[in-house]
Design a protein around this ligand. Structure first.
Ligand code: HEM
Length: 171
């Protein structure tokens, strides 16, 4: 039962992570008002994503009777195992999760975004984790490529917009 539930939380967390990361560049590219409004919910989705990931890990560890050895067994921290990549994702997720609120946004100011960028590391580590579990790289190469392309496209659009604004300002 617990071992079945951990998979549901695992997939929920992975899907939320993809939606969170893809929504910003997509909104910037499409320039759609509804999509921009959707971005407001990203903090809440980040919390749901983190809680789902924690539930996945806790349910798995309790269900398999490995909770007691999680921190001491090197298998859970080795980059050669899918556990190690999952643990890296979990640790990296901790900081954006704790600061995913308006109080932290005010407290950390311009550094807040830097903390939230750890979500990229969470994404890559989870992608490797899932690919190793499923022994199928396509399931993770597809969302990672889509995200990367959208991110580069949005960055190019932003740079072009900034340079057009600068030209207008100085002409
Ligand atoms: C941010 C952290 C993590 C995320 C988002 C995540 C996500 C996922 C996903 C999407 C799967 C594939 C589920 C499926 O087969 O349908 C999975 C599998 C698995 N994960 Fe994680 N994981 C994370 C961390 C961890 C950690 C730290 C552990 C170990 C303590 C772990 C243990 C497992 C196990 C054992 C499976 C294999 C399930 C199976 O097919 O039997 N995960 N994880």
């Amino acid at each position: 039962m617990l071992l079945e539930a951990h998979k549901i939380f695992a997939n929920l967390s992975w899907i939320l992570l993809i939606v969170i990361l893809i929504s910003r560049p997509l909104a910037e590219i499409v320039g759609n008002k509804i999509l921009f409004r959707f971005l407001r919910y990203r903090k809440r989705m980040g919390i749901a994503c983190g809680l789902a990931a924690i539930s996945h890990v806790v349910f798995f560890l309790i269900g398999s009777g490995l909770l007691g050895v999680y921190f001491s067994d090197p298998m859970f921290w080795s980059p050669n195992t899918f556990f190690g990549w999952g643990s890296l994702a979990l640790v990296a997720m901790f900081f954006p999760l704790l600061t995913s609120n308006n109080f932290s946004l005010r407290y950390f100011g311009r550094h807040w975004k830097k903390i939230q960028r750890l979500a990229y590391l969470v994404f890559v580590a989870t992608a490797v984790h899932v690919a190793m579990v499923k022994n199928d790289w396509l399931t993770v190469v597809a969302p990672t490529t889509v995200w990367l392309l959208l991110w580069v496209w949005a960055e190019i659009k932003r740079v072009k917009k900034n340079s057009a604004n600068n030209i207008e300002k100085y002409c």
